[in-house]
Design a protein around this ligand. Structure first.
Ligand SMILES: Nc1nc2c(c(=O)[nH]1)N[C@H]1C(S)=C(S)[C@@H](COP(=O)(O)O)O[C@H]1N2
Ligand SMILES: [Mo]
Length: 181
């Protein structure tokens, strides 16, 4: 049968490897993606490295439920009973460097994960819009550390219309950058 030829088997193997690469990471891969601290760098006076205990030392908030909706509109579950720190409070501690009156308006905050996933916020969104109220770096669910599927530190922007995209699993770094002169 055609399908049993050596070449077809190799082709099938290649397809299945490709499918794994674009799908959700397997259980073992998720464990390898887990982050236990984050860095805050770029246009800040104080670069920071924050582990879970450091995050706990900030004012923390408890959030009871956030439905997760993908960019496609598909419902992809929810995150419940988590505790986190507002991104705004972390950036205030890092102290964004913006000497000119208009500098902050030209700045973005890039949140990166250990799998290379990255999302951006504008400074104005975080500090001058209702969105900023709901952007959390979180580290606890039901009083327990976050599991490997997103742990131990993640981020979510709870006031987004579609919350999936800026739910950053395995959060690794936060970079502040002025993107126009
Ligand atoms: N680190 C990381 N976080 C991520 C993603 C990703 O690929 N990597 N995908 C995002 C998108 S687009 C969605 S909809 C949800 C999907 O979460 P799920 O894979 O647990 O369904 O995670 C978000 N957070
Ligand atoms: Mo998504």
């Amino acid at each position: 049968m055609m399908l049993c030829s050596r070449r077809s088997l190799l082709a099938l193997a290649a397809i299945s490897v490709g499918a794994t690469a674009i799908g959700a990471p397997a259980q073992s891969d998720r464990a390898a993606l887990v982050t236990t601290s984050i860095t805050v760098s770029g246009a800040v006076e104080n670069s920071l490295t924050l582990g879970v205990d450091d995050l706990r030392a900030f004012p923390t908030q408890k959030v009871s439920e956030v439905p997760l909706v993908c960019q496609s509109g598909a419902n992809v579950g929810k995150i419940e009973n988590f505790r986190g720190v507002r991104l705004r409070d972390i950036l205030e501690k890092a102290n964004v460097v913006a000497p000119a009156h208009n500098d902050v308006k030209k700045m973005v905050v890039i949140a990166g994960a250990s799998d290379g996933y990255r999302v951006v916020f504008s400074w104005s969104e975080i500090f001058n819009s209702p969105v900023g109220e709901g952007v959390y770096v979180f580290f606890e669910k039901d009083g327990m550390p976050l599991a490997d599927d997103q742990g131990r530190i993640a981020m979510v922007s709870t006031k987004d219309l579609r919350t999936g995209p800026r739910h950053v699993k395995w959060l690794k770094d936060i970079e502040v950058r002025k993107i126009v002169d």
